[in-house]
Design a protein. Structure first.
Length: 192
């Protein structure tokens, strides 16, 4: 692997983000054409709310994987897991990292010591695979192949003394949410 971590993200998140942003821009453009820039400024924060939700829940979740660790970026939270803190990697409804007893004691994985990834979900197999699904199977982009690559990285790690799992808030979306909320309040107060 290279020095940069491999980022795994659901491709549908980008499609949804671009689609919702395009609709919001179209509607704001319509407000400008039929109304004024002042009206567009009053309407804009309400158009940004769905864009923010799609970004946070569909686009932002991802995994960053390298030889030393996996960073699980879920909505509004980022969990940094050195491989030595991971006991097992399984695929249920979504990719799950089962933590070792020491890492689970830190509370990062909740009561059960499991960190779930919103970025990689299990795709149900159908009796007939369409052409795109068969292509994804051949190129190794399926959820099963992803699971095997991640398990291989986990198995190849040596000792990592002093490695600790950690969790932190995802600050930029929280700041954006506060800014949008303040803009919505200002728009309501200005609109009267």
């Amino acid at each position: 692997m290279t020095d940069r971590p491999r980022v795994l993200r659901a491709s549908t998140g980008l499609v949804w983000l671009v689609g919702v942003a395009a609709v919001a821009l179209f509607l704001l453009g319509d407000v400008v054409v039929r109304g004024s820039w002042a009206q567009a400024l009053l309407v804009a924060p309400w158009m940004l709310i769905p864009v923010w939700f799609v970004y946070v829940f569909l686009y932002a979740p991802h995994l960053a994987v390298d030889e030393d660790r996996v960073r699980v970026h879920n909505p509004l939270r980022t969990i940094d897991l050195p491989w030595s803190t991971v006991d097992d990697v399984v695929m249920r409804w979504q990719l799950e990292f089962h933590l070792t007893a020491d890492a689970a004691a830190t509370g990062v994985g909740g009561r059960k010591g499991i960190v779930e990834s919103w970025a990689v979900t299990h795709r149900r197999r159908r009796a007939r695979l369409d052409r795109r699904a068969m292509q994804a199977e051949r190129t190794g982009m399926s959820s099963d192949a992803t699971l095997e690559v991640i398990r291989g990285l986990h198995a190849s790690v040596g000792r990592q003394p002093g490695a600790r799992a950690s969790a932190s808030w995802d600050i930029p979306p929280l700041v954006a949410a506060a800014a949008i909320a303040a803009w919505c309040v200002a728009a309501v107060l200005l609109a009267g």
